[in-house]
Design a protein. Structure first.
Lengths: 357, 174
């Protein structure tokens, strides 16, 4: 079963470290919001309306041979835990995971593409690629959009473009975002200045999983704020240019840290590595923080014996739902912390001995 | 006095805000004040979209920018039944027709969010027709200018021919 494959496979293509600028940029994501004409948006739609959207989208997909590699899942037929895993893998949104009736998640086998049906908008096309690949991610989304559009009547207006349920998304319906790992800027306290400069350039900044006021694991998401009045290539170029600057700042700060504070830095990353390798209890927050430190150590070649891919993968699979699915049962918080610590020790020691995952 | 936010540390930052003539006071400790300052940067949890939207809707009329716009104002969408007040609270419209129905009231809001009100991006091919072709020509003209300034004349010639073909198609259609 492809769904089981997707759920059980811990490594996703976007966790790769071979992609462009992967030392700072983790993943590039594109989202297109689309709606069908003459059917109310999901927030105002009846179950009959929602069922109509589901039927139309399913028909459109079955008619486009290029889309046949996509797996269509009815969320009502997926367990709550499995839905949470899809969220932690960034394949669907937390909002979609909460509703199930007449909701679809349409996912490509390699997880680079997912289409959510009846989330905030009727259709949300998402693509996710490793590293700094904004244009590439857009091209894939654009192609899927063309294929769907050839079968469906989108709500579109000459003046405000593609219609969306929320006025912040009208126009292109495009949200393009990139996840960056900024441990050096955070460590030196420069992150605030850099990110507030960025937010003055039409770019929104957010912490990973959007929880709390502090970005867990020094991970930040940069995305375009405006969707109307600029073309798709302009929006992508703007984000790419700004991200390029942020990447340069982070790299320069890393270099500076290595030059000026090598002892402290080596201590910090090795401490993280040590705790990850030996602890017996680990919360998901602590795991993210230490994995971030260790990742910095790997990228600066201060730590050897563990690779960046393993650390990227651990950042996802140590999240609560994922961990529980690996174990195959629901766990209380203490058990989770025990299993999480064990899982991290196992993966890291496997990496050290050069075993195949 | 204890901090309003954490209720643990003593409050030593006192903030008085005047919003539309309504006075509100906060007493925070240094740490929470700093956290609050960061909220707009990183977290969305306490700065929700509806409150922002409602703020945007209010400021317009309060400072007298968009009062008494010409044209009708409706309180409820005739197509899906969504009340404008519901939209102002939730931040979501009910159907594509809402944009028509609430047009005069939405336009200033959209302008404030996006800085303008004219879509310049992709157009569905099916809608396409003349509008789609014209937009494509415009995009190609931009490409052409860039290619010429980069002195890539061979590529520029290809783009120029494409523009010519599209212009012919457009005049044939008319």
């Amino acid at each position: 079963m492809p769904l089981e494959d997707i759920i059980n496979r811990t490594y996703s293509a976007w966790m790769s470290t071979d992609a462009p600028h992967a030392d700072v940029a983790l993943s590039s994501r594109v989202r297109l919001a689309r709606n069908l004409g003459n059917i109310p948006f999901p927030n105002q739609a009846s179950e009959t309306d929602l069922a109509e959207v589901v039927e139309k989208v399913q028909k459109a997909i079955s008619r486009a041979p290029e889309l046949s590699r996509l797996e269509v899942m009815r969320l009502s037929e997926v367990s709550a835990l499995e839905r949470q895993i899809l969220v932690e893998k960034h394949l669907i949104s937390p909002q979609l995971a909460q509703c199930t009736q007449n909701r679809l998640a349409i996912v490509a086998e390699d997880e680079s593409v997912s289409v959510m049906v009846n989330e905030e908008d009727h259709i949300r096309i998402q693509t996710l690629l490793p590293g700094f690949q904004l244009s590439e991610a857009y091209q894939i989304a654009d192609k899927i959009d063309d294929l769907l559009e050839s079968q469906l009547d989108y709500a579109f207006d000459e003046q405000i473009g593609y219609i969306a349920a929320c006025p912040t998304n009208v126009g292109t319906g495009l949200r393009v975002s990139i996840m960056v790992h900024l441990p050096a800027l955070v460590a030196t306290g420069r992150v605030k200045a850099v990110l507030s400069a960025v937010s003055n350039l039409g770019i929104a900044v957010r912490g990973l999983y959007g929880e709390g006021s502090e970005a867990s694991g020094n991970l930040f998401q940069l995305s375009n704020q405006v969707t109307l009045g600029r073309s798709e290539p302009e929006l992508i170029e703007n984000l790419a240019a700004v991200t390029g600057q942020v990447i340069e700042q982070e790299r320069a700060t890393r270099k500076k840290l290595v030059l000026e504070m090598k002892d402290q830095l080596e201590d910090k990353v090795h401490r993280a590595y040590g705790i990850l390798s030996h602890s017996r209890l680990m919360t998901s927050q602590e795991a993210l923080r230490l994995l971030s430190d260790a990742k910095l150590g790997v990228e600066l070649r201060l730590i050897s014996g563990v690779d960046g891919k393993t650390l990227n993968e651990l950042m996802v699979i140590t999240q609560p739902a994922y961990l529980q699915s690996l174990v195959g049962q629901e766990l209380d918080p203490l058990e989770r912390d025990i299993r999480r610590a064990a899982l991290i020790r196992e993966r890291i020691s496997n990496g050290r001995e050069g075993k195949e995952r | 006095m204890l901090c309003d936010e954490c209720r643990k540390r003593p409050a030593n930052v006192h903030i008085t805000k005047m919003v539309n003539g309504v006075k509100s006071e906060f007493h925070l400790c240094e740490e929470c004040a700093r956290d609050k300052g960061e909220l707009s940067l990183i977290s969305e949890s306490k700065f929700s979209f509806p409150s922002l939207l409602t703020g945007l809707l209010q400021t317009g009329s309060d400072i007298g920018v968009s009062v008494s716009r010409p044209g009708r104002t409706v309180d409820r969408c005739k197509n899906c039944g969504l009340a404008f007040s519901t939209f102002a609270n939730m931040g979501f419209l009910g159907c594509s027709e809402c944009y028509e129905q609430f047009g005069p009231r939405l336009e200033p809001l959209i302008r404030r969010i996006h800085g303008n009100c004219q879509h310049t991006g992709k157009v569905p091919k099916r809608m396409g027709g003349a509008a789609g072709v014209m937009r494509e020509i415009e995009n190609l003209r931009n490409d052409l200018a860039k290619l010429v300034s980069d002195e890539k004349y061979e590529d520029a010639a290809v783009v120029r021919d494409k523009i010519k073909a599209l212009e012919e198609r457009l005049s044939n259609e008319e």
